[in-house]
Design a protein around this ligand. Structure first.
Ligand code: GLU
Length: 448
């Protein structure tokens, strides 16, 4: 291992000892950058890695909101402005009880490299709150979003930092957040948030973009392997926006997604989530106050596997779409034993580093989330550009650009890995290609 990489890893571990998720991603990324660092002494001379792992700014604040019974509740809000070398900080807001600084720093760090891979001018950031939207009324969600934005507004702006959705934050929440921003600022700066509704600047296809993008990326991998999506069985986790978009595109391309999962278990649908009725039911289900995946099983008369993960179901392609660390060693062994060839991370960091190594050793092609799920933020960047031009891209324009961006992410990852003698290593390739652009911009902009 390169000694400079080792030194930065050791210092980062000592400084962030209580942030396991953040350390997990830093370790994964820096390790795969070692061959690049070997060849480029200027990175060490510019303290590039030390700067890369230190967020430019961390913001933490109190959020007080009132429930329907008139009782006050206190949550913590965050925004991590990780790296602005390529453009305004860009990345989602997550509302989930597990949110803490470690999770948001890992997501922010991944976002820096992911956004770089999109080829669009966006830096990396992430934010959110430990607020739990589950079981809350619409009015409670609105009051929480208003309280959250009442502090966040002073830190963001169309040229400063542009949040969007993530787990627990969808179109409804982005709408309430934007309403409060507009009210406070008294200005129609709709480029301050992406994932907005169609009537106030939202991009066509933004809800579908992450799932569609994942499949456009997958198509490139299949092409590389002289294979096709047609007739393939996909094992997915999650049931949210990303899973929905992926299932829809899989069906359109002639494959079938056969599983969906949530915190309480999974459902196996042998016929596949392929009909319009099933795909649309996911939307209806998500809109309900106590949405959970058992509703899908009950509605379509399917077996519900309470408390279990879907990985023991046999498929040709595995796609974790739910959240971080869904696949550890135990799950990786089950997945590899299926004999499947493809593993696409769609959620952010769904796999432990150990499990990734195991899947690769077992001969699977493993594609990393920062490449596979970049279509979401890429379409967000298109939304920013249409807002600043006071324009509206057509659906065909967005879809064509999304296709081209996902192809370029795949191709430049494959080329970067090849250039450093790593073969068809899509993980190392994505890290290297994402890093090189950010590093060049950081060096050009001087030390800070
Ligand atoms: N939260 C999404 C992600 O992980 C989207 C971010 C965005 O659109 O800014 O990339």
């Amino acid at each position: 291992m390169n000694s400079y990489v080792q030194k930065v890893l050791d210092v980062t571990k000592a400084k962030n000892a209580n942030e396991p998720e953040f350390l997990q991603t830093v370790e994964e990324v820096l390790t795969s950058l070692a061959p690049v660092i070997d060849k480029h002494p200027e990175y060490e001379a510019n303290a590039l890695l030390e700067r890369l792992v230190e967020p430019e700014r961390l913001i933490e604040f109190r959020v007080v909101w009132t429930d329907d019974a008139g009782k006050p509740h206190v949550n913590r809000g965050y925004r991590v402005q990780f790296n602005g070398a390529l453009g305004p900080y860009k990345g989602g807001l997550r509302f989930h009880p597990t949110v803490n600084l470690s999770i948001l720093k890992f997501l922010g760090f991944e976002q820096v490299l992911k956004n770089s891979l999109t080829t669009l001018p966006i830096g990396g950031g992430k934010g959110g709150s430990d607020f739990d939207p589950h079981g809350k009324s619409d009015a409670e969600i609105m009051r929480f979003c208003q309280a959250f934005m009442t502090e966040l507004y002073r830190h963001i702006g169309p040229d400063t930092d542009v949040p969007a959705g993530d787990i627990g934050v969808g179109g409804r929440e982005v709408g309430y957040l934007f309403g409060q921003y507009r009210r406070i600022k008294d200005a129609y700066e709709n480029g301050v948030l992406t994932g907005k509704g169609q009537t106030f600047g939202g991009s066509l296809l933004r809800p579908e973009a992450t799932g569609y993008g994942a499949l456009y990326y997958a198509q490139q991998v299949f092409e590389h392997e002289h294979d096709s999506i047609k007739g393939k069985t996909f094992v997915l986790s999650g049931y949210g926006n990303v899973t929905w978009g992926a299932a829809k595109k899989i069906a359109e391309l002639g494959g079938k997604a056969v599983t969906l999962s949530g915190h309480n278990g999974y459902v196996y649908d042998p016929e596949g989530i392929v009909t319009e009725e099933k795909i649309n039911y996911l939307l209806t289900m998500r809109g309900s106050r106590d949405a959970n995946i058992k509703m899908y099983a009950d509605h379509f008369g399917l077996e519900f596997h309470a408390g279990e993960k879907p990985w023991a179901v046999k498929g040709d392609v595995y796609m974790p779409c739910a959240t971080q660390n869904e696949v550890g060693m135990e799950e990786a062994k089950i997945i590899a034993a299926s004999g499947a060839k493809y593993y696409f991370e769609v959620a952010n960091m769904p796999t432990s580093n150990e499990a990734i190594a195991y899947l690769k050793d077992a001969g699977m092609i493993v594609a990393p989330s920062k490449a596979v799920n970049a279509g979401g933020v890429a379409v967000s960047a298109l939304e920013m550009s249409q807002n600043s031009m006071r324009y509206q891209w057509t659906e065909e324009e967005v879809d064509a650009k999304l296709h081209q961006i996902m192809k370029s992410i795949h191709d430049c990852s494959a080329e970067a890995a090849e250039k450093y003698g790593l073969g068809y290593d899509l993980i190392a390739g994505a890290n290297i290609a994402g890093f090189e652009k950010v590093a060049t911009a950081m060096i050009a902009q001087g030390w800070f």
